[in-house]
Ligand binder design. Structure first.
Ligand code: FES
Length: 137
């Protein structure tokens, strides 16, 4: 605990909670941003914490050629988004739909139990983007 401008602030050391891989993705997220001419966009929010993830896909011949995300959320949500986008880039839509939240959590070396729900955001936003793309065709 410390004081800033007379207010008490809490300082968390995230390394106690997260694996090094989660911290690396959180500090230097991969594929963060917007695809202006995206072929599909999906958005998912967590009504409990208010966090939101938006995913943009560029698709050619059924393959995810590019993927970007915008996440307003916790460190776990950002790390999950970053890892998910790495995982699905270059995959067919069918292969991407098979990626589960457990795949992401395992690839990140785990998440604290209270943060496991954060892993749903990425997968759900991706599914919505692919559904959106299929509905347009
Ligand atoms: Fe909301 Fe992590 S606390 S997604």
């Amino acid at each position: 605990m410390a004081k800033l401008n007379g207010r008490i602030i809490l300082i968390y050391n995230l390394s106690y909670m997260y694996t090094q891989k989660v911290l690396d993705h959180f500090k230097n997220p991969h594929n963060q941003g917007v695809i202006e001419d995206a072929d599909a966009v999906g958005q998912e929010g967590n009504p409990v914490c208010g966090d939101v993830m938006k995913i943009y896909l560029k698709i050619e011949n059924n393959i995810i050629k590019d993927v970007k995300f915008e996440t307003l959320g916790c460190a776990a949500a950002v790390a999950v988004s970053s890892d998910l986008t790495d995982m699905v880039k270059g995959k067919t839509l069918e292969e991407a739909l098979k990626v589960t939240k457990d795949d992401i959590v395992n690839d990140l070396g785990g998440l604290p139990p209270v943060k496991l729900h954060c892993s749903m955001l990425g997968v759900d936003a991706l599914h919505k983007a692919i559904e959106n793309y299929k509905n347009k065709k």
